[in-house]
Design a protein around this ligand. Sequence first.
Ligand code: ZN
Length: 202
Amino acid sequence: MQMVEVDAPVEGLDDTKKRVALTFDDGPHPKVTKQVLDILDRYNAKATFFMLGNRVQYYPEIALDVLNRGHEVGNHTWSHPVLPKLTEEQIMNEFTTTENAIISAIGQESTVFRPPYGSTTDAINAMIPRDVAIWSIDTLDWKHRDANKLVQSVKNQMHNNAIILMHDIHQSTADGLNGVLDYLTNEGYEFVTVSNIMPYVQ
Ligand code: ZN
């Protein structure tokens, strides 16, 4: 993971607290993203949404809703390719077309980038003009599509300053999210964006 330089505490964060960054990839989705946003609001939890350009172009109003509710918008490429298999030009095209869709939808740039499948190289990370954020906990929500397994997966792997990977395109993820947020709230975690947790990630 590419790290940001830290020489001062991040404003607004309490260093004595445990923190977690929830991340939702591959949206926006016309139904599930909205459900995820409503659940996050109930817990006053901020998260990060890594969006695909080819979905932002169809659902710009959902992308804007994500931003307006206080969440971070990340670039997750246009078509979800395995980046190391592409040429430099193709990689930059994936980034830039998505960036243009995001700017068109929300009126500002993305603030962080996540390569599909977490597949990247130092050269690619250097090429992308954003901090590159992977994850530390993979819930495998895309695979099991099971709300109970989503919650159990977080419980089994949880650690401080975790970045949790989920997808706001599966109904089971929205269905399990209350349980995830209940658990993390009870455990004393503060919900922060990826950009705000990266200074603390080892
Ligand atoms: Zn993805």
